[in-house]
Design a protein around this ligand. Structure first.
Ligand SMILES: Nc1nc2c(ncn2[C@@H]2O[C@H](COP(=O)(O)OP(=O)(O)OP(=O)(O)O)[C@@H](O)[C@H]2O)c(=O)[nH]1
Ligand SMILES: [K+]
Ligand SMILES: [Mg+2]
Length: 428
């Protein structure tokens, strides 16, 4: 859906009424749009108070700013009108702009898209910007800022550089081989560097996915019927999210309750009590419970420690601690959902375990698209390292570079290649 290159405009701030409303105009006719509002263009990047007029009327007295391209966020001529944020003011100015030839309302994301097309930011940075606008928690904000600020893009550039260097050495080898020697073994050192690069890629791929910051760490409460799972869920989220009763088999559906504790995003998931049941509906619930346990990031296990489905992902809870039963050595924490005993300790434990599953602060975290691209890079790098034939290795490296390029969406690797090989002195 490549839109036309006409000058676009839009209200860039939230829905009026508000104290101020910023209208942005981007494209070759931005200055002309200003003139159509009877405003003389102020010097670049200088705020000027101006009277905006049209049809013999004064629309508003507003602050006007100009950012001539290419030194603007979009890379085009850009004008900002800081209006009084009343509905009628904004409507009058937008209507006046719409009447101008060569101007049209912007589509969703079009300012950012133009910035990308004009090389003002790459794909990863654009994604970071989108994440930043969607960020609701502080950890989401920090991850988004890192991405928008080019942290991943810089890492990709480093890898791109490494790959180019390795490819260049391979080319040199090919150029100097006699026809018959092309099948010769590749130097061990060269191979070792490729393998080191691949280890680095795999380390990045093993990092917690950035989506977990948005979707929350999935914590499944599981165990036998009547263990107090639903009561614990309600106590942790502080509301009656699930039905509680003394009848075993009360919970059948999977109940999800999102929760943030100290900025750590969690989804608590209550499930049907696990047992053999003759009730067809309950059995469906139990199947769903098992599926949830399988897919869980963490399990709060309220059953006997020896029955815990996966200790490595579990916190083993001794429930109904107020009833005074002896606590098994193998439980992590004893809790009473009714008296509140042990709840703080459980919460601390849960947050600590959940944090370890979230992207580390200040570290580049990957989204699904980045992972797919880097996974492909890693496969090609591994193939190159394993290749016996230098021609095949060279082709794998080329594929790796292309896959790496997909992360930032930057084309023009071939140009980089030309530049690099231009400096590369083979005769030396
Ligand atoms: N004394 C005591 N009773 C509890 C506690 N937690 C839950 N109960 C009681 O145990 C019974 C079962 O609680 P639920 O929360 O429904 O148990 P559940 O594990 O969700 O049960 P199912 O959904 O049927 O598998 C209810 O009567 C609760 O009031 C607790 O900490 N102490
Ligand atoms: K119950
Ligand atoms: Mg229940």
């Amino acid at each position: 859906m490549k839109a036309d290159a006409r000058t676009i405009f839009a209200l860039s701030t939230g829905a009026p009424p508000a104290a101020i409303a910023v209208v942005r105009i981007s494209g070759p006719d931005a200055d002309r749009a200003l003139a159509s509002l009877a405003v003389a263009p102020p010097p670049p990047r200088t705020a000027r108070l101006a009277v905006l007029r049209g049809d013999g009327e004064v629309f508003d007295r507003a602050l006007v700013l100009r950012f001539p391209g290419p030194n603007s966020v979009t890379g085009e001529d850009l004008v900002e009108l800081h209006l009084h944020g009343g509905r009628a003011v904004v409507a009058a100015v937008l209507a006046a702009l719409a009447r101008q030839d060569g101007l049209r309302p912007a589509e969703a994301g079009e300012f950012t898209r133009r910035a990308f097309e004009n090389g003002r930011l790459d794909l990863a940075e654009a994604e970071g910007l989108a994440d930043l606008l969607a960020a609701e928690t502080q950890s989401q904000r920090r991850a988004a800022q890192a991405l928008a600020g080019g942290a991943l893009s810089r890492q990709v550039e480093t890898w791109q550089h490494l790959l180019l260097g390795l490819a260049a050495r391979l080319e040199a080898l090919l150029d100097f081989s006699d026809e018959g020697d092309v099948g010769d073994d590749l130097p061990e050192r060269w191979r070792g560097e490729l393998e080191a690069l691949n280890r680095q890629l795999l380390q990045f791929l093993a990092r917690p996915p950035v989506e977990r910051l948005r979707d929350g760490v999935r914590v499944v409460i599981a165990g036998p019927p009547n263990a107090g799972k639903s009561t614990l869920l309600n106590a942790l989220v502080g509301r009656e999210a699930a039905i509680i009763s003394n009848i075993p088999g009360t919970t059948r559906d999977v109940i999800e309750a999102p929760l943030a504790i100290g900025g750590t995003p969690l989804v608590l998931i209550d499930t049907a009590g696990l047992r053999d049941s003759d009730d067809a509906i309950e059995r469906i619930g139990i199947d769903r419970a098992r599926g949830s346990v399988e897919a869980a990031d963490l399990i709060l296990w309220l059953g006997a420690p020896e029955d815990c489905p996966d200790r490595s992902r579990a916190i083993v809870v001794h429930p109904k601690a107020d009833e005074g039963a002896a606590t098994d050595q193998r439980t992590d924490v004893a809790v009473s959902a009714t008296t509140g005993q042990g709840l703080a300790e459980l919460t601390d434990l849960l947050v600590a375990r959940a944090r370890a599953l979230l992207p580390a602060e200040g570290e580049v975290a990957l989204n699904a698209r980045h992972r797919e691209a880097l996974n492909s890079v890693s496969l090609h790098v591994a193939e190159a390292a394993a290749a016996l034939d230098p021609l095949i290795a060279a082709e794998e490296l080329r594929q790796a570079r292309l896959a790496l390029d997909a992360v930032t969406g930057r084309a023009g690797v071939e140009d980089m290649l030309d530049a690099l090989f231009g400096r590369f002195c083979i005769g030396k």
